[in-house]
Design a protein around this ligand. Structure first.
Ligand code: ZN
Ligand code: ZN
Length: 264
């Protein structure tokens, strides 16, 4: 029973590098410092899904040669997490149903319905269009061999929905991005998960995201076997900051685009 996932993107909302910023050559020459907008692809024997469809979704699907999706899960409706959603049309076209299940909490689904109004309307769609099958997330649900538990996260101006993926009774992955605070209830749910992915935006504090110190405190509390930080700004120079983090937190890694993680 396999479970693996890929970091499609690990960058903050504007990506890294930023438009109009000059960087030292050695910074940009490290592929781990080039970060597309954040999302993951999960693949098991029975299930293929993505969490979020950022602005580079199409490029990420081509890069990882992904040809099939069973579902899209959305954390929240900020642009960096949803603006590639229309490119799901290709996956609709490849599926016999010509539709694609989209999972989101009510607040996010209401926003998706406004932004992609032409796709979420009732009635027939022309061939080749994006035709979502909306599923409101409010409790545990099942996709293929995965049991998925939503984890509501405080992103200050909006609620983000993290996801805990359970396979065969084992808590495999907690994907908790875009949050300033994690509630006691969520900590309890995801505790000792095999792999945790946490929002670790940058070094300095930020009003709506956890910074490095806050993410490390959360990682210590969750006690995953392995923790990855994502949604990273250009304040992180991968090899420099990874070395610093590893000194005191050997199980915490800065994620990078294209990283595949297999969870046994
Ligand atoms: Zn974001
Ligand atoms: Zn956000």
């Amino acid at each position: 029973m396999s479970f693996k996932f890929c970091f499609l993107g690990t960058g903050t909302s504007q990506g890294v590098p930023l438009i109009g910023v000059d960087y030292p050559d050695d910074f940009l020459n490290d592929p781990k410092n080039n970060r597309l907008r954040p999302s993951i692809y999960i693949h098991t024997d029975q299930t293929s899904l993505v969490v979020d469809t950022g602005p580079e979704f199409r490029l990420q699907m081509l890069r990882e040669k992904i040809r099939w999706l069973d579902a899209v899960l959305i954390t929240h409706a900020h642009a960096d997490h949803i603006m590639g959603m229309d490119d799901c049309r290709r996956f609709c076209d490849l599926r016999p149903s010509k539709t694609l299940p989209v999972y989101a909490i009510q607040e996010s689904m209401d926003l998706l319905r406004k932004i992609f109004f032409y796709a979420f309307r009732e009635g027939p769609h022309p061939a080749g269009y994006f035709v979502p099958e909306p599923h409101i997330v409010n409790s545990e649900f099942q996709i293929g061999d995965l049991t998925i538990r939503p984890q509501l996260l405080d992103h200050i101006y909006i609620t983000s929905c993290g996801y805990l993926f359970i396979q065969n009774g084992i808590k495999k992955l907690a994907y908790l991005t875009d949050c300033k605070y994690i509630s006691d209830q969520v900590f309890e749910e995801v505790r000792e998960v095999e792999v945790a992915v946490l929002d670790g935006l940058r070094l300095r504090p930020h009003p709506t995201h956890m910074n490095l110190d806050e993410a490390l405190v959360a990682a210590d509390r969750i006690r995953a076997k392995q923790t990855y930080l994502t949604h990273l700004t250009h304040e992180y120079n991968h090899h420099v900051h990874q070395a610093q983090i590893s000194q005191h937190h050997p199980t915490v890694q800065l994620a990078w685009d294209g990283l595949w993680v297999e969870i046994s």
